[in-house]
Ligand binder design. Structure first.
Ligand code: FES
Length: 127
């Protein structure tokens, strides 16, 4: 049973908007096969490190920066189905919303929309 409440924001598996001109706003970052269920991948778009998590089949992208002191969230333990614990000092973040859930972090980390087109995974550009 999932312990996480319903996500406030879920960018994964939204209707594909390709066909519209969204290529400027999104960057192809991976093949879907590189992100198996419960997998993760670190990518970089325009100099911003972004961690993509596959939570039980849903892809979510957050900035790979703990707002406490810059810890690499992609290296953290995933717990309660939707949270990642910073490997440095243990702050937890909601992977779906970026919200800081525990001390010592107070501020959310950024989230980015994810789009899937066939086997291609696209993530919203940070700026
Ligand atoms: S750097 Fe993440 S909890 Fe301190």
């Amino acid at each position: 049973m999932r312990e996480c409440p319903s996500p406030i924001i879920s960018a994964s598996h939204r209707p594909n908007r390709f066909g519209e001109d969204m290529t400027e706003d999104f960057a192809r970052v991976a093949s879907l096969s590189e992100l198996p269920v419960n997998g993760r991948k670190l990518v970089e778009i325009d100099g911003v490190r972004i961690a993509i998590f596959n939570l039980d089949g849903e892809l979510h992208a957050i900035e790979d920066v703990c707002t406490h002191d810059g810890g690499p969230l992609v290296e953290g333990e995933v717990m309660n189905d939707c949270q990642v614990q910073c490997p440095r000092h243990g702050a937890r973040f909601d992977i779906r919303t970026g919200a800081a859930l525990s001390m010592p972090a107070f501020e959310a980390t950024n989230t980015y929309a994810v789009e899937i087109d066939g086997d291609d995974v696209f993530v919203e550009r940070p700026f």
